[in-house]
Each structure stands twice: as C-alpha cells, then as structure tokens.
Design a protein around this ligand. Structure first.
Ligand code: PMP
Length: 361
C-alpha cells in the first residue's frame, strides 16, 4: 500500500490511524456484526457513539455547558443561508466581514434572508491582507457579526478573535477548527464543514450558544430550525452516521496526539517551515500575503515563471505529493496543512521545492 502526502484543500487528508481503525471496524463495528453505516441512528450503539463524539469535542475545545453542539448536513454553504434564517428576524440587518472568497459567498447567500451590511472588506486589496478590526464599521443593532477566520482559497487568517461587544460573533471555521485551542465563549456560533479538519464531507459541526436557539421567530420548516435539531440531539432526521463516526474517531485521535495545544504547536512548525522555504527561495517561489495575515492551514504560492507550473505539478505528483494545484481563482499552487498532514509531509514538500528549483533554475 502506498499513501501519498496529501495537501488537498478539501475533502482533505484524514489521519491514517483513523482510516486504519475504520477499515478494521468496517464489517463488524463494536461487536454489532454489522458496519456502523448499516445500523439505526436510533439504536443504543449509535447513540453511544454520538454522545462520545460530542463529549470528546467538548473536551478538546473546552466548550462551555451553555453551548449546544450540533452534527448537521448541507455543507457550510447551506448554513450561509440557514444562519440568517435562524439568527435574524424579518427586516434585521447583519454585519459581514469579507476577507476572501468564502466570506463573500456567505454574505451573498445571506442576502436572501437578512439585510447584509458589509462592515469591512479587503476585496479591493485582492484579499492580500485582512481588514484590521479597527476598520470594521459595526452596527450595534446588527443581529450578528459574521466572519471567516481562515480563508481557504486566499490563504489569510485572523490570529486573534476580534472583540465585537454584545453582538453575537458568528465564525465559519470550516478550514481552521481544531487547529489550535479556542475560547468558545467569545462566539455566538461556530460552524465548520467537516471535510478539512474533522472528517469526510457531508457533515457540518456547529457550536451555538443556547440562548441564540430561541431567536428564530419567523416561519420556517422545522428542518431549517437549529432549535429543533438541538432539541432532537441532531437526529431530527437521519444524520450522516458514517461522517459522525469518522469525526468521533478523529476527535479521539486528536486527544491521543496531545489535544489542541499539541496541534497548534505542530501546525505552527509546519507552516513556518513552508513559509521559510518560500521566502528563502530568492524569489523562485512567492507568497504575496501580508506576513501578519498568513494562514497556517492553507498556503498559496506561485512560481517565478508560471510556464513552469505544469512541470511542477507533474513532478510533484510523481514524487508522491498530491493536490498542490492552486484554486482556479488564484492559479499557481496551494498546500493545505490541516491537522492530518504530518510535519514529515511538509519536509518532503520543501525538499522537493528546493530540488525542483535547482533542476529548473
Ligand atoms: N467556508 C469555507 C471557509 C470553506 O473552505 C468552504 C469549502 N472549501 C466552504 C465554506 C464551503 O463548504 P461546503 O462545500 O461544505 O459547503
């Protein structure tokens, strides 16, 4: 068996140990004589799994008791629309900070259900830097403030949680949840598509302050209402049981690795190594992002001559380095360094980049 070094932006690498365990348990999970995928979500065994996954996530992120944890579907994109439905009343406005592609999309989807006020944007700077907190034009009457702490495509990341006063802070953490310890109490709502730092796609993890569950005043079907999902332990309808299972295994793996402090340390080392290789290449490789705003999870970079891109991709793939092609909006390359990507993968990448530069000087 040969596993590549996987730098995919998402669906992304899953820890090999998690996949191996899932493989061992595939045909006979937990003594049931059936796969976890073949069992009722209402059965005692699956409910035990669901409770354990939530308990492990609560332990990892030190989630306070006045927050509900939901395991939902629809991808982060569906929640771009569902969040305003749940948190804003008819005629309300909400503040959006737009610091990359996904924040832009979140604001545009929300506009069907809430008056969107773009309180800050770095679009005119091609998202190469972050709008500093001091520049945000927040409205104290806003239903909430939405931002994207890590922009997966543009490779920019807020390294501190912004202070927004009494208005609930809503964060799309699809590409940086669990990358480091987090003070959950600073947020009203955190949500993340699973396919980067949690598990497979088709699952969304949401952490929501319980008082916000009571807000959804306008008429809507139950299936859209977070309070209903919370009241039914995320089993209002059939959940993504397989995704939930793999998320649970990933949470256990994170605990075995030393928890989020250990991950933060490792993630800093990984990103540091790659940025150093880029910055130290004498201009052969470039990352144009303001160094203070550089993402630890997603590192876009270009070659000094884009005519070399095709060779870089072909040779990197041959060297066992997968998915380095950049997003089409930016071109060039991108390496995603989520929790499941080990330091060794980055060491191999950096060595490949040096060798490539020497070969194609
Ligand atoms: N937000 C962020 C930050 C993302 O990176 C992505 C996916 N790349 C999305 C939202 C959209 O997620 P989904 O495809 O699960 O709807």
């Amino acid at each position: 068996m040969s596993r590549v070094w996987n730098f995919s932006a998402g669906p992304a690498a899953i820890p090999t140990a998690v996949l191996e365990r899932a493989q061992r348990e595939l045909l006979d999970w937990n003594g049931s004589g059936a796969s976890v995928m073949e069992l009722s979500h209402r059965g005692k065994r699956f409910i035990g799994l669901a409770e354990q996954a939530e308990a492990d996530l609560r332990e990892l992120l030190k989630i306070p008791a006045d927050y509900a944890v939901l395991f939902l579907q629809g991808g982060a994109t569906q929640h771009f629309a569902q969040i305003p439905l749940n948190l804003a009343g008819e005629g309300d406005s909400a503040d959006y900070i737009v610091n990359g592609h996904w924040g832009e999309k979140a604001a545009s989807e929300a506009a069907s259900y809430v008056r969107v006020n773009v309180a800050a944007s770095s679009r005119n700077e091609q998202y190469l830097r972050l709008p500093p907190r001091a520049s945000w034009q927040l409205d104290p009457r806003a239903a909430y403030v939405h931002y994207t702490p890590n922009e997966t495509i543009h490779g920019v990341e807020y390294h501190d949680v912004p202070e927004v006063g009494e208005v609930p802070l809503v964060a799309d953490m699809s590409s940086n949840i669990l990358a480091e310890p987090l003070d959950v109490s600073r947020f009203g709502l955190i949500y993340a598509g699973a396919q980067k730092n949690i598990g497979p796609s088709g699952l969304v993890v949401m952490i929501i302050r319980r008082d916000l569950l009571q807000r959804a005043a306008r008429p809507m079907a139950k299936i859209f209402r977070y309070a209903e999902h919370a009241a039914n332990d995320s089993m209002l309808n059939t959940p993504n049981t397989w995704g939930w299972y793999l998320a649970g295994l990933t949470f256990q793996w994170l605990k075995e690795q030393g928890g989020l402090e250990a991950m933060a340390h490792r993630n800093r080392d990984k990103a540091g190594l790659l940025y150093q290789a880029i910055d130290g290449s004498g201009g052969y490789y470039r990352n144009p992002i303001d160094p203070a705003a550089r993402s630890r999870m997603n590192v876009p970079f270009t070659l000094h001559d884009s005519a070399l891109d095709a060779d870089f991709l072909k040779e990197s793939e041959a060297a066992g380095l997968l998915a380095l092609k950049g997003h089409k909006a930016l071109g060039g390359m991108r390496a995603s360094l989520y929790n499941a990507v080990p330091l060794e993968a980055v060491q191999v990448l950096v060595q490949f980049m040096r060798d490539f530069a020497a070969r194609h000087g």
